[in-house]
Design a protein. Structure first.
Length: 558
């Protein structure tokens, strides 16, 4: 009996590799890349020591053989050991201004969720736009895009998925259009959930893509944008062309966000909702849905009525949120003197107004019932008042690990700069010196789009932006000309569930197979490339008028 349960050595090795590949990879990779470190010590070359760390971190980030956040802590150990940076300098980068700005932005997003304001904004906007399938789809994309400009892409996608599901369920109940594929269209094993139809896939994927596109629109829209700002500020601390909230928003919002989401709407209408194909089965179903839009409007109105009247909590969060946006935009807008210029104080970064907003939310109560006691006689009943933002809720829902991910990137970038590794890699790309400027910009965008398909955006940003910065210095091009379009391209992940959390959320929530996501992402990727490229060579030069001029040497000092 014991002999029957034995397995061959080949099967044993195969089983071991299948279940324990992460542990094996975490040991094999440092050993295989060890010659890089040996070369660094033999030739006393710090750049190769840092390259050894970069290669290992890049492989660990891509494969996730150890957790992303644990990988991000490696610079704390190895940069001092390799003699590149001291521990105090490295650890300080794990709580820089950009990280505080990132954390505060998450806190504001959690305050919006805590007050339930995001549901009111979503449903109100959709009702305003209209309830026919095409108008409804447009409303879903626009409201998702807007919300993801201010809260994380993951949160905005997760918020919209139940709304999409409720809409599609009502469509199926009224027999307006098919929400699931038949077994002939997509075979599903017995017991597995049914696969959504092409129209349903369009709704879910459209929300995920709109969330990704919206995140590009503002500096706090996604961690990648703040990572780029931190890397750029670290490498070029004295450069004239600063990346602040207002300039970044003016640069990215018109083309990369607004125009991109409009193009996304039309392309998804063509590919998934039968636009210009009225005789197709999908086109006829959408037409039937337009004729029954009153049913859907009633459903959404009922959902909106369930929210009740505006609460004091929602109003206060909304007012603080709007004030924060105004403070960020008019801090130093460029076309006029900002409030930070008028104060004539020390340099005020973006973290200051966002932190002020967070502190206000912790200080303001959700309602002011205690004023009633002013007109009454004692004794008064004791009652605890909730604040507009709860520390327990914040502590429970904040992705603290992202702080280490961003901080690790900043530390690695600083180590790359100090050791000379980034310059060495930038010089290795000097073969594009003879290429036209537009070809150089296209090159960085394409590389970013390809790399971001297979791993986390922030990790890829930490790897590519320092290299592109040194490449710009080598070929004598303004750093923003190459790095800012690349940073936007890194966020446009449309092909795989692992590329970005919104893709993973909709695939898991709606049981969408990867092949449908990969095909749907082809046109959005192409349109994003074109828009980011055109933006860099046209509108970007309006926002940053001196971007065509290579900065003088004193502005490029490290």
């Amino acid at each position: 009996m014991a002999d029957e349960t034995k397995i061959s050595p080949c099967q044993s090795v195969k089983s071991s590799c299948k279940f324990h590949w992460r542990g094996k990879l975490s040991v094999i990779v440092p050993l295989v890349t060890l010659p890089i470190l040996v070369h660094g010590y033999v030739h006393t070359a710090s750049e190769y020591k840092c390259l050894y760390l970069l290669v290992n971190m890049a492989i660990f980030w891509i494969t996730e053989c150890i957790p992303l956040y644990l990988t991000s802590m490696l610079p704390i150990v190895f940069l001092p050991l390799f003699g590149i940076l001291d521990s105090n300098t490295v650890c300080r980068l794990y709580f820089s201004e950009n990280l505080v700005m990132f954390l505060s932005g998450i806190f504001i997003a959690l305050a919006i969720e805590y007050s339930n304001l995001h549901h009111r904004i979503a449903l109100g906007t959709i009702l305003l736009v209209g309830c026919g399938p095409r108008r409804l789809f447009f409303g879903l994309l626009m409201v998702t895009c807007f919300i993801s400009m201010w809260i994380s892409n993951s949160a905005s996608t997760a918020m919209m998925c139940p709304i999409v599901k409720a809409i599609l369920s009502e469509m199926a109940a009224q027999n307006i259009f098919d929400v699931f594929m038949t077994q002939e269209e997509e075979y599903v094993e017995e017991g597995d959930p049914p696969h959504p139809s092409m129209i349903a896939i369009g709704f879910y994927i459209g929300v995920a893509y709109a969330s990704t596109i919206g995140g590009i629109g503002t500096l706090i829209g996604t961690g990648t944008n703040l990572t780029f700002k931190g890397l750029y500020d670290t490498r070029f601390p004295h450069i004239k062309e600063k990346v602040d909230f207002s300039s970044f928003m003016m640069y990215s919002l018109p083309f990369a966000s607004i125009l991109n989401v409009i193009i996304l709407y039309f392309t998804m209408q063509i590919t998934h909702m039968g636009l210009w194909r009225p005789n197709s089965m999908v086109g006829q179903q959408i037409k039937r849905g337009s004729m029954n839009k009153a049913v859907l409007k009633e459903l959404l109105q009922e959902r909106y009525r369930e929210l009740g009247r505006w609460t004091c909590h929602e109003i206060q969060v909304g007012v603080v949120f709007i004030c924060m946006i105004l403070l960020l935009f008019f801090q130093s807008p460029g076309f006029m003197k900002g409030w930070s210029d008028l104060l004539n104080a020390k340099h005020i970064g973006g973290a200051t107004p966002i932190c002020l907003s967070v502190l206000l939310l912790f200080a303001l109560p959700t309602q002011y019932a205690f004023f009633r006691y002013c007109c009454q006689t004692p004794p008064f009943t004791g009652r605890a008042m909730d604040a507009c933002l709860s520390w327990a809720y914040l502590q429970r829902n904040t992705p603290w690990g992202l702080c280490f991910l961003l901080g690790g990137g900043f530390a690695l970038a600083e180590g790359s700069k100090v050791s000379g590794m980034a310059k060495m890699l930038g010089d290795s790309l000097s073969f594009i010196t003879g290429m036209p400027l537009m070809a150089c910009v296209a090159f960085t965008i394409v590389v970013s789009l390809i790399c971001t398909c297979v791993t986390a955006n922030v990790a890829i940003c930490n790897i590519l932006i320092p290299v592109f910065s040194e490449m710009a210095v080598t070929i004598k091009v303004h750093p923003l000309m190459l790095t800012l379009p690349a940073a936007l391209a890194i966020s446009t992940s449309f092909h795989l569930p692992v590329s970005t959390p919104p893709n993973a959320i909709v695939c898991g929530y709606a049981n969408i197979k990867t092949k449908y996501l990969a095909v749907a992402g082809i046109i959005p990727t192409i349109s994003s490339f074109i828009l980011i490229f055109v933006n860099a060579i046209s509108w970007g030069q309006v926002v940053y008028p001196t971007i065509n001029q290579f900065p003088s040497s004193q502005y490029l000092e490290k």
